[in-house]
Design a protein around this ligand. Sequence first.
Ligand SMILES: Cc1ncc(COP(=O)(O)O)c(C=O)c1O
Length: 417
Amino acid sequence: MDSMELTELWQRYERFRKRGLKLDMSRGKPENAQLDLSVPMLRMDSDFICEDGIDARNYGDTTGIPEARRLFSELLGIPANQIIVGGNSSINMIHDALTRALLCGPMEVDTPWSKLPRVRFICPVPGYDWHFHMCETLGIEMIPVQLGPDGPDMDAVERLVMDPEVKGLICVPMYSNPSGITFSDETVMRLASMKTAAPDFRIIWDNAYCVHHLYEHDRDHLMNIYDACEASGNPDRVLMFTSTSKITFAGGGIAAMGASPANIARHSALLTYQLVCYDKLNQLRHVRFLPDKAAVEAHMAKHAGIIRPKFEYVLDVLEKELSGIGTWSRPKGGYFICYYAPEGCARRIVDLCRDAGVTLTPAGAPYPHGIDPKDSTIRIAPTFPPMSELKSAMELFPLAVKIAAAEKRGQLFPFSK
Ligand SMILES: Cc1ncc(COP(=O)(O)O)c(C=O)c1O
């Protein structure tokens, strides 16, 4: 880049900064039009009786109302009696599952993990920052393993699970947060069948984006890991989670866990004195609105209609403006586009965007302890801002990338640090 181009780049950045915008692209949240799709669900002022005769307004059905268990059975591909429908958050259910393993042991025969000198989890990276903060908070040591287009590096995973202190793996197997990849059948088979030194090894299968396709006819497919675990003689290995947070209301949906009969018995027993029951009114509202998978899919097609143009807009800008500078994902579903900046630039790009009024997810967030060894991964969350704001943000983003890349090459700007 010659000095004329550098000056022009700097001037464009400065002009943008002086507009004084305040745009937030930091989290994968639905936009208002998506939330509006589910407002009719809130109208429920009579007939509160669930299929099993229980009044949703009263105590009962600790593990979920039958019709909600059936709905998640379809979504997760596991029998309804192997589902616990919980409250409004799958993250909360994952936290509970890990806490139970730490305090009580995954099964009665297992030593509670907190009594062991060290508990380690495999964390495919880039991954979901909430998982990593959760492990950190609970004292679980994280071992990052590279996530490729087919899932985690399985040679590395199979080596690591030979260590009895490695008690689990936490992942987003479909339209992964943030890289957008879906685990291949081979990856799922290897995860299900690998030999682990820890008999109480658990895979936390956070399938948050299981029905979040952007295209009707061009979708990823995820093999059913429970079936694969069962066929491999490891039925207790996997705990599957999902929620309707990005189907109905984020933070106002319903969440579920699916697992083997033994795991469900264990978790149900430990749930008994944790709460009398979850919010069954919300469960009932949900199943009246979305009674089965077909209804969910029709509803999700409406979501896709709203957010697909945003994904396509971001990808278009990246193609036009940044061809040859970094690489990026082209997801077929989920909530994120991942931009892989030239090494050593991610933090600076995020800072430049912030200083000019656009908040992105902090660089490093998709890695344990916020440390991206290459300082390269940036999570772009295009869903929340209205299209006009997204367009502004995407005007800035390529400028920030080009400035950071030029600085990295040693070309300094008036404001370079
Ligand atoms: C992978 C993943 N899991 C879970 C969640 C949150 O789900 P919930 O609202 O059900 O806790 C998110 C939200 O961004 C997510 O990306």
